[in-house]
Design a protein around this ligand. Structure first.
Ligand code: ATP
Length: 335
């Protein structure tokens, strides 16, 4: 058995986490779930946002699957999600964006992977109130932080036979900060002569992605641009209910969906569990359980292709439970 920390989180988190545990268990992955929780619900009940047992569990297991966590205003934290990424130095945020079978989306055959720098940029949260009500927010870009995420993107491209890496920036305006990121991209790219480096300004990237996303392959960018491009790309392939994510450091990883806690649909049994499930598949890949991960991916494909059991975000009327059962049935049929 492999021990994995499971953090259900807030809003739709517990519903989708429960669905994902059922499906991963049905795949025979032999995961022993160590369930601990953090976030707004825990805060209301205990007055603690991240109980010690959460840190202990993550540090012991070194791998976690996490639902969305809401950070209540005034709790002393800006964002628990950001704090966890920073605390464990999970500098690579990896978000694969692919069109799935059976869904009606504006483009077919999208197959992008976004590498978002996860520990610096504007997310360091250094803000100050200056004179006359002027607000200042600092953006920090370091040589080390830039190089390690860009290198991860190129290494990934090399290992998966990808053709290009697009380095996304705004160096025409932020000449020093984004300029450093871009220069680092140029330097690292020289070590990978078989991979084309594309330099794309972030606003142009938004337009290019909605007009012709097939021209891109691997994308690497800074924290905030990565956040925005991830949601944009999620929209291209059917929405936030589908897109997975991984936060990976040198010896610890936390897998989570791109979406938030979706309070508008929480507790109604209609959230799409596929985003967290596909994050779970990335986790199984990381644990070298690719066979089980691929079986789950195939079962998702079968159910979507069939098109009969879809949650409302995918244009259907089925519940989270129905979709979960359908994926488990598809898994069992391929046994
Ligand atoms: P955050 O600020 O926490 O990142 P967000 O602003 O990105 O959150 P979400 O909570 O992700 O917002 O929700 C955005 C929209 O997408 C909402 O309408 C929500 O219902 C929908 N949504 C998000 N996740 C899912 C899901 N798993 N299934 C169905 N709909 C979802």
């Amino acid at each position: 058995m492999t021990n994995v920390t499971l953090i259900p989180g807030d809003g739709i988190g517990p519903e989708v986490a429960d669905a994902v545990m059922r499906i991963i268990d049905a795949s025979g992955s032999n995961i022993n779930w160590d369930i601990v929780n953090a976030g707004a619900d825990v805060y209301t009940k205990t007055g603690e946002l991240v109980p010690d047992e959460v840190y202990k569990s993550i540090e012991t297991n070194k791998i976690a699957l996490k639902g969305p966590i809401t950070t209540p205003v005034g709790s002393g934290f800006r964002s628990i999600n950001v704090m966890l990424r920073k605390k464990y130095d999970l500098y690579s945020n990896i978000r694969p964006v692919q069109t799935l079978p059976g869904l009606s989306t504006p483009f077919q055959d999208i197959d992008l992977v976004i590498f978002r720098e996860n520990t610096e940029g504007l997310y360091i949260g250094i803000e100050a109130e200056k004179e006359n009500g002027v607000m200042e927010a600092k953006k920090i870009i370091t040589p080390k932080g830039s190089e390690r995420i860009i290198r991860k993107a190129f290494e990934y491209a090399k290992s998966k036979n990808r053709k290009s890496v697009a380095v996304v920036h705004k160096a025409n305006i932020l000449k020093l900060a984004d300029g450093l990121f871009l220069e680092t991209g140029r330097k690292v790219a020289k070590e990978y002569p078989d991979i084309t480096m594309k330099e794309v300004i972030v606003d142009n990237m938004c337009m290019q992605l909605v007009m012709n996303p097939l021209q891109y392959d691997v994308i690497v960018t800074m924290n905030l641009y990565g956040d925005i491009l991830s949601d944009l790309c999620a929209g291209l392939v059917g929405g936030l209910g589908l897109v997975p994510g991984a936060n990976i450091g040198n010896d610890l990883a936390i897998f989570e969906a791109v979406h938030g806690s979706a309070p508008d649909i929480a507790g109604q049994n209609k959230a799409n569990p596929i985003a967290l499930l596909r994050s779970g598949c990335m986790m199984l890949d990381y644990l070298n359980k690719d066979h089980e991960a691929n079986r789950i991916r195939a079962a998702i494909g079968t159910v979507l292709d069939d098109g009969k059991v879809l949650t409302p975000d995918m244009g259907g009327t089925s519940s989270t439970t129905d979709l979960t059962n359908a994926i488990i049935d598809a898994l069992i049929r391929t046994n």
